[in-house]
Design a protein around this ligand. Structure first.
Ligand code: NBG
Length: 854
């Protein structure tokens, strides 16, 4: 079939029950004939180019209602997405049937964020349809890559936490573990970042405006969620019970998404909830005759799932946020109990069928919600209900910053969720009785451990509630879990040492190596075969290839290809022209003071300063391009000032002929998963420079190492484990370790002393203050500079010299092309531990007490 012959008139009849085995042009069987899936009632479209073309044209014609010759790229993308969906459908339905028959235990991943990235490429890879789709689109005169680029990624998360959730559900599906991801279908995800005169300006993320081909809405399965009102007691055949008399409610509409395992035969479900006004809600106000008010009320209800809060690590304590949290967990628990479980299921055994993993504190209100259902609705005794509840939850903490631990004012809680507040009081009372019994003379300890704090405002500490209720509490990297136990929750880890455990984060090798880096992936597959994709520890077998000259040169070629691909993308996406032949030095992550983009800036300004002042001969320095990618929370002033400074320093350096060919800076706006997939494979150097003891884990650090970038980093988060695994020779360590940070803090840190004592540092800071980077306003950077000089909460100045030295070492090593390549290969070979498949095995063994095909 050629492009000429494929048009609307050649639309074949709808495919009949062609099974893969009857198609002579098939590329490979979708399922082994013995698989129960082969017997599934829904038949996949033919696994062939022709079969794909037929399905695609049918979608275009009958789904989009357009002829190929008149279709837009968006029509084509939507039809393509739906076509791929059809290929996954039999597996999805079979998975659901299988779950119902085996009644296996399910992981209920409760997460307010899922930073999924584009779906099409992943679905094609999971179903092994890439080649077929590529040829099929070509046969239609279309280009698969162009259609893939049409997809707007669902940005339903801020950063690492949401991306981690997406990696985890990918791994569980791939490993054949039953999982339902529960979350919120935000109408607007993380804002689209633009720069106007170097300053961040946020635009709404209208990711659904051109259609959402991956979602399956189920309005008929709507769940009602109540809010407000009061509680009352009543006599239930001689037993006094409490009930909640809510004041208002909304509906949660589930939208299901497929989570296809990588060629695993399993397609799990991600169920995201969207808020809608209830009929009762409408009627009530309509009856009062105020139409405008009725419409306003509807908008009010629908606001709940309208927008993702863009604060990363610094919750704002907004009422709407608590509404979002309760909304999605109430829907999810209700859904699991009433829809997923059998009608007659005995809830005393609930923990045999589900473990709800609490992704940070956002879903913790699920704990009193389950108690409320068991006690008030199912009429369990309190102790009985608590027995069940505490086996059904486990809690992952993702931070060390005290300001990131959520607390909710009691006043708000009582107003929005009065029954839940009562339940929290009761949980706390019982818990504190236990504490007092264990430490009879230590009232201060009981006060410290109380879930309800009295000071400065009466509030509920969600992390404490999660710790009390959870069967397990885990941090996300070895150092983090240790600091969590020793510094954030020391009273709790003393009380329940066995509750505390670690699971080091991981990333999915499917999206972030196989899909994002086809050049390196095929090199790896040629060397060690294809099974590394689901068994990443096998990358170890690459170690000997570090000594193989041919392999090294092929490895470098792959990196060059990735750089060329990035250059082409940035030219089109951002109008940025990157110079060739540079060391590509990349710092991409949220903008936060603890992550220390300002330290990277000081290094950059120092290099520039040395070049223009003539203290360093330009011919001796390694040509380097520094790439930043970072969004700042819209209300975070210092972060936004830092963005402006990066842009100004970049503009100055890029336009200064004295440094041309030696130093350049790129800051493409709107860093997201899609950009990461192009940026990370091209990088030489990965910047992981947070102050030790601040970054819980980091996951970007893992992606870079897996793609053959070397890390310059502090001993923080998962950097510690990366360094241990790849070896000191293949990692540029700098800066204070956590105990030194603590000691310096205790001794009284004086940033100005570092400034005064270090001429190079002084000169760099003075250059910023001098107006050299300002666009007219000399004082533009006063805030950033003053902050560094007089506060510097994250001790950038204390680590400055060590960082500069590490960067000089980077240059020396980079000059030895072979040595650098060896190190890069060893990074890949030794980073297999950081697969999210391994994280999932750890969760299964240490926390969920279950196994694949549970
Ligand atoms: C983030 C941490 C990262 C960590 C991810 C995933 C939050 C609250 N935490 O260090 O800052 O890698 O979680 O665990 O976003």
């Amino acid at each position: 079939m050629t492009a000429d012959t494929v048009n609307e008139t050649s639309l074949p009849a709808a495919p009949t029950d062609e099974s893969p085995s009857t198609d002579s042009r098939q590329v490979g069987p979708m399922f082994p004939p013995t698989s129960p899936i082969a017997l599934a009632p829904v038949t996949s479209p033919a696994f062939s180019v022709d079969g794909f073309v037929r399905e695609f044209l049918r979608e275009l014609n009958t789904g989009q209602g357009v002829a190929l010759s008149r279709s837009t790229i968006n029509d084509q993308y939507l039809a393509l997405a739906r076509t791929v969906r059809h290929y996954l459908m039999a597996r999805w339905l079979e998975t659901l049937r299988h779950n119902r028959t085996t009644k296996a235990k399910v992981v209920g991943y409760l997460s307010a964020e899922y930073l999924l990235g584009r779906q099409l490429g992943n679905a094609l890879m999971a179903s092994d349809l890439n080649d077929i789709a590529d040829k099929a689109m070509a046969a239609c005169g279309l280009d698969l890559a162009t259609l893939r680029a049409q997809e707007v990624e669902p940005g339903l998360g801020n950063g690492g936490l949401g991306r981690l959730a997406a990696c985890f559900i990918d791994s569980l599906a791939t490993m054949s573990v039953p999982c339902i991801g529960y979350g919120i279908r935000y109408e607007y995800g993380i804002f689209r970042q633009t720069f106007v005169d170097g300053r961040q300006v946020e635009q709404p993320d209208t990711w659904l405006s051109l259609g959402g081909p991956w979602e399956f809405p189920h309005p008929e399965a709507a769940v009602q969620v109540d809010f407000g009102g009061s509680t009352e007691t009543y006599d239930d055949h001689g037993i006094e019970r409490t009930r909640w008399v809510p004041a208002w409610n909304v509906l949660g509409i589930p939208y299901n998404y497929m989570v296809p395992g990588y060629q695993s035969g399993r397609v799990n479900t991600l169920r995201l909830w969207s808020a809608q006004a209830t009929k009762a809600f409408d009627l009530h106000i309509f009856n009062s005759g105020d139409y405008a008010e009725a419409v306003r009320a509807q908008t009010f209800a629908e606001n709940i799932s309208k927008v993702l809060y863009p604060e990363d690590s610094t919750p704002q304590g907004k009422e709407l946020r608590l509404q979002q949290q309760y909304f999605f967990v109430a829907c999810s628990i209700r859904n699991f109990i009433e829809e997923v479980l059998e009608q007659d299921f005995d809830l005393h055994n609930l923990s045999e069928r589900i473990i709800f993993q609490l992704n940070d504190t956002h879903p913790v209100i699920a704990v009193p919600e389950l108690m409320r259902i068991l006690v008030d609705e199912k009429k369990f005794e309190w102790d009985e209900a608590w027995e069940v509840t505490r086996k059904c939850f486990a809690y992952t903490c993702h931070t060390l910053l005290p300001e990131a631990l959520e607390v909710w004012p009691v006043e708000l809680m009582e107003r929005l969720l009065p029954r839940h507040m009562e339940i929290i009081y009761r949980i706390n009372e019982d818990f504190l009785a236990e504490v007092r019994a264990a430490y009879p003379d230590d009232e201060l300890r009981a006060r410290r451990m109380s879930i309800v704090a009295d000071y400065p405002t009466r509030s509920v500490r969600m992390a404490y509630l999660a710790t009390v209720a959870g069967t397990k509490v885990n941090g996300v990297a070895a150092l983090h879990s240790q600091l969590l136990a020793d510094k954030v929750l020391p009273d709790f880890s003393g009380f329940w040492p066995e509750k505390f455990t670690n699971v080091t984060n991981g990333v999915t090798p499917r999206r972030f190596l196989k899909m994002a880096n086809p050049s390196l992936s095929s090199l790896i597959t040629d060397a060690i075969g294809p099974t590394w994709v689901t068994n990443l520890e096998r990358l170890q077998e690459l170690e000997p290839y570090a000594e193989d000259e041919e392999f090294r040169s092929a490895f470098r070629e792959a990196k060059e290809k990735n750089k060329a691909r990035l250059h082409a993308l940035l030219r089109v996406r951002d109008g940025i022209d990157l110079p060739g032949g540079h060391l590509l030095d990349v710092m991409v992550k949220r903008l936060h003071e603890y992550k220390r983009q300002s330290l990277k800036l000081l290094h950059l300004v120092t290099l520039y300063d040395q070049l223009i002042s003539g203290t360093v001969d330009p011919a001796t320095i390694t040509p380097r391009t520094v790439v930043f990618g970072a969004k700042a929370a819209p209300g975070y002033r210092m972060a936004k000032e830092t963005i402006y400074l990066i842009n100004r320093v970049g503009a100055t350096i890029n336009s200064d002929p004295r440094v041309a060919g030696r130093l350049s800076v790129a800051f493409p706006a709107n860093y997201n998963v899609t950009l990461a997939e192009k940026l990370i494979p091209a990088a030489d150097l990965s910047e992981q420079i947070s102050l030790a003891g601040m970054e819980a884990s980091g996951t970007g650090n893992m992606k870079f190492a897996l793609n053959g970038a070397l890390t310059v980093g502090t001993d923080d988060g998962a950097n510690v484990e990366i360094r241990q695994l790849v070896g000191d020779d293949n990692f540029f360590l700098f800066g204070m370790a956590e105990p030194e940070v603590a000691a310096l803090g205790a001794a009284g840190y004086q940033p100005t002393a570092y400034y005064e004592a270090n001429p190079q540092l002084k000169s760099a800071i003075d250059l910023i203050s001098s107006g050299a980077f300002s666009d007219g306003d000399r004082h533009a950077f006063e805030q950033v500079v003053s902050n560094l000089l007089y506060e510097d909460r994250f001790m950038a100045l204390a680590d400055y010299q060590s960082y500069i030295d590490a960067q000089a070492e980077v240059e020396r090593r980079y000059a030895d092309v072979d040595a650098w390549t060896k190190s890069a290969i060893l990074n890949v070979a030794r980073a297999g531990f950081f697969s999210s498949d391994r994280s999932m095995r750890d969760y299964l063994a240490r926390i969920w007490g279950a196994s694949p095909e549970m």
